[in-house]
Ligand binder design. Structure first.
Ligand SMILES: Cc1cc2nc3c(=O)[nH]c(=O)nc-3n(C[C@H](O)[C@H](O)[C@H](O)COP(=O)(O)OP(=O)(O)OC[C@H]3O[C@@H](n4cnc5c(N)ncnc54)[C@H](O)[C@@H]3O)c2cc1C
Length: 263
């Protein structure tokens, strides 16, 4: 069994700051973490390895600091990691990011499952996983809350997808791309031994040329979307607080809504 997990390093949501002048989420001077949904993806891949044997490779595209995210993945139980690092990748949209990731996954070699988080907490588009799956012509199972069955010999997987109204059970052949939601597991904390071992792992860095891509097809040059404007909508005016006991206040609110023709 070989699972590949795509992870992104993101600013800690508690410390998220937006630089409206630069039109970007601040990355310098704020704590950076593994995207929380990607921790569930790492955990699921490592659990598959523990149950069925094999190995797990983590892949990230990001600045030099993203090495830390890969070390966390290694400390959680991944066996290898690859860092896509090149100034040519800067400013990429979800398309350009997916093009580079898809090439990297092909270069990593044969795999059974390609894991993703359902979305990142900063960009939050949820587009990267389906784009990579489409480029690699893989079945895309997204919002997966449970892997019911997986058979690496028969090359088949059955999962439960989390919908707003319930769960959908889906079968697909392997290799498949799976994006996970937080209901799937409880990610482990890296052990001290794991952290020590992770520091010693040799993590290769691949640039665009190593992926067989020219600089024009990645990063801002290869992006299909250009950000026009990043702004904060004006704060809404505060509402009215109706004082009194809950039953009286509720009655007063209802009367006000009736007076204003809202209900
Ligand atoms: C015009 C434009 C310019 C941009 N410029 C920048 C910029 O300069 N710097 C910057 O940091 N961002 C930039 N972004 C945002 C960047 O496109 C996204 O961070 C990136 O494409 C991932 O999209 P997302 O965050 O919506 O991920 P989603 O699609 O929500 O992520 C889903 C899953 O895909 C995987 N994944 C996502 N990104 C990566 C990754 N990089 N490596 C490995 N796995 C990943 C993870 O498993 C993740 O959980 C830009 C976006 C646009 C549109």
């Amino acid at each position: 069994m070989h699972a590949v997990v795509c992870i992104q390093q993101v600013p800690d949501t508690q410390e998220l700051q937006v630089d409206f002048n630069a039109g970007a989420i601040k990355r310098g001077g704020v704590p950076l973490v593994v995207n929380p949904f990607d921790e569930f993806a790492i955990e699921e891949a490592v659990r598959l390895k523990e149950k069925h044997g094999g190995n797990v490779t983590a892949v990230t595209l990001g600045p030099p600091s993203a090495d830390e995210a890969l070390r966390t993945a290694l400390a959680m139980g991944c066996d290898g990691a690859v860092h896509l690092l090149d100034e040519a990748f800067d400013g990429g949209d979800t398309w350009a990011t997916a093009v580079a990731l898809a090439k990297a996954v092909e270069k990593v070699g044969e795999y059974d499952v390609l894991f993703f988080g359902k979305a990142t907490v900063d960009g939050d588009t949820g587009q990267v996983a389906p784009r990579v799956a489409a480029l690699l012509e893989l079945p895309m199972l997204n919002f997966v809350a449970k892997i019911d069955e997986i058979d690496f010999d028969a090359k088949a997987v059955k999962v439960e997808r989390l919908l707003e109204t319930g769960r959908e059970v889906v079968r697909a052949p392997l290799p498949a791309a799976i994006s996970v939601v937080k209901e799937i597991n409880e990610p482990r904390y890296p052990s001290l031994l794991g952290i020590r071992k992770a520091k010693k792992v040799d993590v290769p860095t691949w640039d665009a040329a190593a992926l067989g891509l020219d600089a024009e097809s990645v990063g801002s040059a290869g992006s299909l979307c250009k950000m026009e404007r990043l702004y904060q909508p004006p704060a809404r005016a505060g509402g009215e607080i109706v004082p009194g006991e809950p039953a009286d206040a509720a009655k007063a609110v209802a009367e006000k809504l009736i007076d204003q023709g809202i209900i």
